[in-house]
Design a protein around this ligand. Structure first.
Ligand SMILES: Cc1ncc(COP(=O)(O)O)c(C=O)c1O
Length: 406
């Protein structure tokens, strides 16, 4: 076997993207034991840092080991008892994922669906809540499959009025778009590192309200091998996953430090660095940076005579969908971008497969040089492939955004 020598790709798809160099360095830091006071100190720091990332005072703010869907699965399997009603408004692939995970947890899942490229009005969600009367509303904020950003600011109030637990998957949007856990009255949120936070996939930060914690504590069943006399079982049914049992994970992260899994130390270092990086820049500043570079990318795309996908008033700052023009072989262009320019852009799923490309500007790659380099390279390939465009216009349009004229 040769040494690892991956090509120096520029990852401009919908995530993962290139990591911040400081995050990569943090990951290669030497390990310490899981109960070393320095390690438990780092765990406490991570809880505190992610409270600021999520904009919450929730005590229960921690990491689930695994990729973003581990966070989704932990939140849903811990609060859903078989037969519970769950409402999932679906506006892309990741809504379908929430539905699937809730179903596997035994929920009676009800969906409403929006056309891909659109989002829901709050009234549509309230009407569905009145009709279904779910225990949980599970709603994606930014669905990378369609690039749409569902407004959440009025949904928490609706959920409180109807006594519904409000969960959102903000994996693709946090750090690049506004997100307010407490102000928007969310009960549970899960994310990942590999989008606007600029880390690798493999750790899923979550935050949980007291209301959510009380609910899952009623299902507390401590493992036999570590159970002590003061541990009493909750009245609810035992959570169906051991690994994703949130009450047990809370006790591992809490004062009791009751053994559960062995915390993934390198990923914790990495998640810690991602949060510090974001907070040093400032949450507001990071969102503004994603907005600026997202706008420049969009302007450049339009400048090379390409049509963006979906309702642009609800587009995420950090990714744009682009209709593949007729007569152009979308996969061939992606192949050339990757092999001739070392740039990766995304394809799409389901009904959009083969119809749109997805181009991201997020985390470490939300920068002027990456935007210009991607636009210039794509323009060159399209021009050589016979697509009608004005050479240089894409870059001019992007520069106009950067100079405040666009
Ligand atoms: C909105 C959303 N949720 C969940 C996921 C799943 O993430 P992971 O692959 O880290 O499990 C993704 C990944 O793209 C995503 O965009």
């Amino acid at each position: 076997m040769k040494h690892l020598t991956p090509p120096p790709r520029l990852l401009m798809g919908p995530g993962p993207i290139n990591c911040y160099p400081r995050v990569l360095s943090a990951m290669s830091t030497q390990l310490i034991g899981q109960y070393d006071p320095v390690m438990t100190g780092y765990m406490n720091e991570v809880m505190s840092l992610y409270r600021d990332v999520f904009r919450t005072n929730n005590k229960a703010t921690l990491l689930i080991d695994g990729t973003s869907r581990a966070g989704i699965e932990a939140v849903l399997v811990s609060c859903i008892e078989p037969g519970d009603k769950v409402l999932v408004p679906v506006f892309g692939r990741f809504g379908h994922l929430l539905k699937e995970i809730a179903e596997r947890a035994g929920a009676d899942v009800h969906c409403i669906e929006a056309t891909w490229g659109e989002v829901f009005e709050p009234q549509q969600i309230e009407d569905a809540i009145k009709q279904v009367q779910p225990k949980v509303l599970a709603l994606v904020q930014g669905d990378t499959s369609t690039t749409m950003l569902q407004p959440l600011d009025q949904i928490g109030d609706i959920c409180r009025r109807h006594d519904v637990i409000f969960y959102s998957d903000a994996t693709a949007s946090i750090g690049g778009n506004p997100f307010e856990t407490d102000k928007w009255q969310l009960d549970a949120v899960s994310v990942g590192l590999q989008k606007c936070l600029g880390g690798p996939s493999g750790s899923a930060p979550i935050t949980l309200s007291e209301r959510y914690v009380d609910l899952v504590r009623s299902r507390q069943h401590v493992e036999a091998g570590i159970k002590a006399d003061h541990h009493s079982a909750g009245s609810g049914s035992r959570i169906r996953s051991n690994y994703f049992d949130i009450p047990m994970i809370l006790d591992y992260w809490g004062e009791e430090r009751l053994n559960h899994h062995t915390e993934a130390t390198s990923m914790l270092y990495c998640a810690r660095e991602c949060a510090i990086n974001l907070l040093e820049e400032g949450v507001t500043e990071s969102i503004a940076r994603h907005e600026l570079h997202g706008k420049a990318m969009l302007a450049g795309i339009q400048g090379m005579n390409l049509q963006p996908f979906g309702d642009l008033t609800h587009k995420m700052n950090n990714v744009v969908g682009v209709h593949i023009p007729s007569g152009v072989d979308g996969e061939h262009i992606r192949h050339q971008l990757l092999h001739d320019f070392n740039i990766e852009i995304g394809t799409s799923f389901g009904p959009l497969h083969g119809k749109i490309w997805r181009i991201g500007t997020m985390g470490y790659n939300a920068r002027q040089d990456t935007v210009l380099h991607t636009l210039q390279s794509l323009e060159t390939l399209l021009r050589r492939g016979g697509h009608k465009l004005h050479p240089g216009q894409a870059i001019d349009c992007a520069f106009n955004v950067y100079s405040g004229k666009g």
